[in-house]
Design a protein around this ligand. Structure first.
Ligand code: ZN
Length: 211
């Protein structure tokens, strides 16, 4: 199993109100664009496949490798129910016949992967795949984020950078929507879009002001 390569300083994953969050343990400067952390994915699938199939490619690697199964079990990633159709059911049945893993377990694995997989880039800044990361996957969405994920020149993986000053103890968040959506859309449209794409109700500080 490939070990993820993490440059990590000044952050920790904290369990709070049943949710894991990435929290700053030091202050990050008011200058935007400070590197918070850079990671390579632990398990990933190529970008050329549609998102649902990418998630399945990752699930296949997990059910084929006890070390990867142990890794994801110990991560306690958030699980958000996702669409689940006849094709998904037949994939889950195939996993049961080949690996003896019951379809419910496979479905939970699929939901976990679909909820948490994130894009990463090659050394030239091309988006080449989506994967699961040791720490980055715990960075939650906010409509008023203090960080963003970007490629990093000459390095494969995903970087988390500040877009504003961050104080110790503050949660680090990024915007899962597009920059345009987040600046243009009003509260109800943002909520609807987040629900539609990511299937959760946003309770960020900005949304709470309107709720
Ligand atoms: Zn929000």
């Amino acid at each position: 199993m490939n070990k993820s390569n993490t440059d990590l300083s000044g952050v920790m994953v904290k369990l709070e109100d049943g949710q894991r969050r990435l929290v700053a343990t030091r202050s990050f400067s008011p200058d935007a664009d400070e590197l918070i952390l850079h990671e390579t994915p632990v398990i990933w699938a190529p970008q050329r496949y549609y998102p649902g199939y990418r998630a399945w490619l990752i699930v296949r690697q997990i059910v084929d490798d006890p070390a990867k199964l142990r890794w994801i079990t110990e991560k306690h990633f958030a699980i958000t129910p996702q669409p689940w159709d006849a094709e998904d059911r037949s994939f889950a049945q195939e996993v049961q016949s080949v690996r003896g893993i019951d379809p419910q377990t496979t479905q939970a694995l699929y939901f976990s992967v679909a909820t948490n997989h994130m894009a990463f880039w090659d050394e030239k800044g091309r988006n080449i795949g989506s994967g699961l990361f040791e720490t980055l996957c715990f960075t939650n969405h906010s409509c008023a984020p203090n960080a963003d994920v970007t490629p990093i020149a000459c390095r494969r993986g995903t970087a988390l950078r500040t877009i504003k000053a961050i104080a110790p103890g503050e949660e680090i968040t990024w915007n899962y929507l597009s920059p345009t959506d987040i600046s243009v859309l009003a509260f109800t449209d943002r909520q609807r879009l987040i629900q539609e794409i990511f299937r959760f109700q946003c309770r960020c500080v900005r949304c709470q002001r309107h709720a």
